[in-house]
Design a protein around this ligand. Structure first.
Ligand code: NDP
Length: 294
């Protein structure tokens, strides 16, 4: 069994991003990312902090807007429009999920699609569906694809079973892997909470990608001998031995599944570091496209 080291692969991408940031700055523009957080959810706050830190480490301009949980949708959209018009900003990310009084889809629709580095705007969703490479693809699916490519795992012709159909992970990932061309051409099956015979379907996969948000859901019986397993899940489970009282585990029962696998990602240290790496790469791409630098 090979362990797919997401941290190491993310480091490689960061090195490329740092070089691309230098090249872009030498051409007269500093790529800039604005991250907007509404409310004080601790996990969201930690994500925003790490995105800001990574931008600075890679030489990108970074702006962080932390708004009160009581911020109105109107004020949030006004900020998004201000960022749309700001020439120093090339990527805009509104941290999900916003408080319940805010309609997230209305906020996403307000982002200039050319600055939508999360790839959630309907224009970018349409471009992914059409196989149009001028759009932005959500960072986690992009990170999963890159992990497979960098690990030398053949995607073309493989049967990939994606568990989960969210707009953040499962659905865009299925589209990405089934699209024509490099990193695509897979035969993709998507399963979800209404699927029948789930284990039978996942057992027929060359590549299993779990993105359902259920700790240790994927067991040895779900995976055939020699399969590749990518675990997107991040789940908190109680752990009295840990100072925090919990630990993070994936959707895959790693200890029992790993021995059957040709390759598998750990949690943490698998898909997680790739998501932020792809966000940084998307920001550079946005900047270079806006300024017609390629
Ligand atoms: P959602 O809750 O939005 O979607 C979960 C999907 O899994 C749904 O399609 C749901 O089906 C399906 N599902 C839930 N339970 C089952 C089940 N028992 N059997 C089959 N399918 C099931 O989650 P996300 O897509 O946002 O996230 C999934 C996981 O990935 C989470 O653990 C999240 O923390 C993690 N994540 C990790 C990231 C990273 O950077 N590593 C980034 C984003 C997410 P249905 O549609 O029928 O309800």
């Amino acid at each position: 069994m090979n362990l797919i080291d997401g941290k190491l692969i993310a480091q490689k991408i960061h090195t490329e991003t740092r070089a691309a940031a230098e090249r872009t700055k030498a051409q007269g523009v500093t790529p800039g990312l604005a991250v907007v957080l509404v409310g004080d959810d601790p996990a969201s706050r930690a994500y925003v902090r790490s995105k800001d830190k990574m931008c600075r480490e890679l030489g990108l301009h970074s702006v962080k807007h932390e708004l009160a949980a009581t911020t109105t949708q109107e004020d949030l959209i006004a900020l998004v429009q201000q960022l749309n018009d700001d020439p120093a900003i090339h990527g805009i990310l509104v941290q999900s999920p916003p408080p319940s009084h805010i309609d997230e889809s209305a906020v996403i629709a307000a982002i200039d699609p050319r600055k939508d580095v999360d790839g959630f705007h309907p224009i970018n969703v349409a471009k992914l569906t059409l196989g149009d490479p001028t759009g932005f693809v959500p960072c986690t699916p992009l990170g999963c694809q890159r992990l497979l490519v960098e690990s030398g795992i053949e995607i073309a012709g493989a049967h990939v079973v994606v568990l989960g159909r969210s707009m953040i992970v499962g659905k865009p990932l299925a589209l990405l892997l089934m699209n024509k061309g490099k990193g695509g051409d897979a035969t993709v099956t998507v399963v979800h909470s209404r699927s029948k015979n789930l284990a039978e379907i996942t057992r027929s996969a060359d590549i299993v990608i779990a993105a359902i948000g259920r700790a240790h859901f994927v067991k040895a019986e779900h995976v055939r001998e020699g399969a590749v397993v990518i675990d997107v899940g991040i789940n908190r489970v109680d752990d009295p031995s840990n100072a925090k009282g919990y630990k993070l585990v994936g959707d895959v029962d790693f200890d029992n599944v790993a021995p059957k696998c040709r390759a598998i990602t750990p949690v943490p240290g698998g898909v997680g570091p790739m998501t932020i790496a792809m966000l940084m790469a998307n920001t550079i791409a946005a900047c270079r496209r806006i300024h017609s630098l390629d």
